[in-house]
Design a protein around this ligand. Structure first.
Ligand code: TYD
Length: 205
């Protein structure tokens, strides 16, 4: 079986990170070798970019933010994602290209077509499966606020997060073969069950 590339997407507090354990448990059970990584911050340069990008004191334009996210991604692909897939390791990434379309396109209102053509230019691998964790923004933000200190994105207004959610849902509609919506407003067991089913489908491909 060819190594698969799985990405997790969603608004803040959507349950992406908490579902990771059930994904890795499944891969372990199947004896599949894998790595778990994230964006921004998957590579060593990326870690420095992440610190800048999430720092609430950073003042940058949406265009600079986009370029830093794309720099992080290209380096992550070159140093971590492709070498692992080539070695036969599955790659599970907490966020990837859909985040740039949703956050910088939807949230910051940059031209989405331009972002897509920039990502085409960067020649990025296409995920085999993207799980989109979805729930109403009001619920997700209340979870995030309960977690403690807010980063530069979490501090944004409600409308910013609503635009991100809507952009994600449009992406899912237009890429229904790749993107599977996971309803995060459901009880955790039922949500994790849906995650499991989506991952298990990959085993037979
Ligand atoms: P992180 O703490 O990893 O967020 P979460 O826990 O919700 O995954 O922070 C990453 C932040 O960066 C998150 O707010 C989304 C944002 N982001 C973008 O705006 N564009 C991008 O292309 C990526 C990868 C992330």
């Amino acid at each position: 079986m060819k190594a698969k590339f799985i990405t997790l997407e969603g608004i803040e507090g959507s349950g992406k990170t908490s579902s990771l354990k059930s994904i890795t448990d499944l891969l372990d059970k199947k004896n599949i070798s894998y790595i778990v990584t994230r964006e921004p911050g998957g590579s060593s340069i990326g870690k420095e970019l992440r610190a800048i990008l999430l720092d609430p004191d950073t003042e940058i334009s949406p265009e600079v933010e986009l370029m830093l996210m794309l720099s992080d991604r290209k380096d992550h692909v070159e140093k971590i994602i492709l070498p692992n897939l080539e070695k036969g390791n599955w790659v599970v990434s907490d966020r990837f290209m859909d985040s740039s379309i949703a956050y910088q396109g939807g949230g910051r209102q940059l031209d989405k077509k331009l972002i897509i053509s920039l990502t085409d230019y960067l020649n990025l691998p296409q995920p085999d499966l993207t799980l989109l964790f979805d729930l109403p923004v009001e619920i997700s933000l209340s979870r995030v606020k309960a977690r403690g200190e807010l980063d530069r994105f979490e501090k944004e207004e409600l409308e910013f997060h609503k635009r991100i959610r809507n952009t994600y849902l449009d992406l899912a509609k237009n890429n229904s073969n790749r993107i599977k919506i996971i309803d995060s407003s459901k009880k955790i067991e039922s949500m994790l069950n849906n995650v499991k089913q989506a991952i298990e489908k990959l085993f037979s491909e």
